[in-house]
Design a binder for this molecule. Structure first.
Ligand SMILES: O=P(O)(O)OC[C@H]1O[C@H](OP(=O)(O)OP(=O)(O)O)[C@H](O)[C@@H]1O
Length: 260
């Protein structure tokens, strides 16, 4: 029942409050820390440096194409790698290319406690993944092993998933998946090594099977490089009866698949 006398403050009160806050804590660019007009944004120079991804894309992995596909192929064209070896997930999409323009932004969020960027990132992800979100019954982050969680103090993918769920009004189950093994970081491993590193590393939480069976799950991670991590998560979700698994990441490496 609504409580009387708790109406939202008038617009002028909110604006005055914002001005005071801006004077005390001026909004800063999420990437370089320089001054910006509003919180949760990038300055023009950093914005310019980020390669935001958009169509035309591979219908499966989301790899950006330089040229639009032939008329008639629209929406269904696969990149060469997905033609040869289709991923287990249905669609992967990302906000931006993981490169020199975005690395600081992503690593600051993951390793340097720059977690205040999560709401802005979630809005960007909601835009990049709107088709996926329209089909999603539940959002689940790629989990960290508990030792890694203890060391980092937060799971950056869970922060993204929670904010995304709020923005898109889709339920989030932060512990839908568990990381059973404390896998070494994927960094510096080859494509095949990454696959081996995460093989069998994930499981559906025994108490959450009912949130998976027959459902469309949207997996959220910070970065997709080879796709080995999200593929391993997808396999366990499919084995647990997920109807569909899509993947949404903040960034993805954009380079053609190289042989090992
Ligand atoms: O697409 P892939 O080739 O699987 O690589 C992407 C994965 O690698 C990174 O995590 P990592 O396992 O390295 O964990 P860490 O960064 O937390 O050490 C990243 O957060 C992704 O989960």
């Amino acid at each position: 029942m609504p409580v009387t006398g708790t109406r939202a403050p008038a617009a002028w009160v909110r604006a005055a409050g914002r001005s005071v806050l801006d004077a005390l804590l001026p909004p800063r660019c999420l990437a370089c820390g320089g001054p910006v007009g509003a919180p949760g944004t990038l300055c023009p120079a950093c914005w310019e440096g980020v390669a935001f991804l958009g169509p035309p894309l591979c219908a499966a992995c989301g790899f950006p194409f330089e040229l639009a596909p032939e008329a008639g192929d629209a929406g269904g064209t696969l990149c060469g790698a997905c033609h040869v070896d289709p991923p287990p997930y249905a669609r992967a999409r990302a906000v931006m290319a993981y490169d020199d323009g975005s690395r600081g932004l992503v690593l600051g969020f993951k390793h340097a406690d720059r977690t205040e960027a999560a709401p802005a990132f979630a809005h960007w992800m909601a835009r990049a993944g709107h088709e996926l979100l329209a089909d999603a019954d539940v959002i689940a982050p790629v989990p960290l092993h508990r030792w890694r969680l203890l060391a980092r103090r937060y799971n950056q993918s869970a922060l993204l998933a929670n904010q995304l769920g709020r923005v898109a009004s889709v339920p989030v189950v932060p512990d839908l998946l568990l990381r059973r093994r404390n896998t070494p970081s994927q960094g510096h491993l080859s494509r095949a090594g990454r696959g081996r590193n995460v093989a069998g590393a994930f499981a559906v939480h025994p108490g959450r099977a009912g949130r998976v069976r027959g459902r469309s799950v949207l997996l959220v991670d910070d970065v997709l490089t080879t796709g080995a991590t999200v593929a391993a998560c997808t396999r366990v979700l499919k084995r647990a009866g997920a109807r569909q698994v899509d993947v949404l990441t903040l960034a993805r490496v954009v380079r053609p698949a190289a042989p090992d």
